[in-house]
Ligand binder design. Sequence first.
Ligand code: GNR
Ligand code: NI
Length: 171
Amino acid sequence: MAHLSILRYPDPRLHTVAKPVAAVDERIRRLVDDMLETMYAADGVGLAATQVDVHERLVVIDTSPERDKPLVLINPEIIARSTELAVAEEGCLSVPQVYDKVERHARVTVRALGRDGQSFELAAEGLTAVCVQHEMDHLLGKVFVEYLSALKRERIRTKMLKKTREEQRKT
Ligand code: GNR
Ligand code: NI
């Protein structure tokens, strides 16, 4: 398995719209395994292919406290959503150390293909519902900071550029 590097906001590649996965083959299974390794190493609860600069509809999620229940969603589609909304504090591996509140559907049902290429449905609530919606936004080229005010987003952009510049100076 290999560790993949994660794009950081405001990298324009984060705004690429992903295309469907054509076939769940060896290349895709290898990508799934690499993304899981990358997500666990970064202590994230989810990772979208967009974040590792692969623009295909594929996400991995693990919201279990033991971090031993990997969920693979290939070509995910939301087939039902609650009218009830919920606000939760979100973070993103592409926007490190930034956390803010986002309102989303409280529950969603998603249909996707698993790592074995079989279709399945998942009814998600709580953190998993937040994560499914956050990851599917990435596949549409959308980062959670786009839900925040223009002023907050501008401050985040400046902070991220400064952080990246400082890190590059050290290496
Ligand atoms: O690790 C992550 N934590 C998180 C917390 C609250 C809401 C969403 C997330 S997803 C994030 C990993 C990530 O950036 N996935 O795209
Ligand atoms: Ni994210």
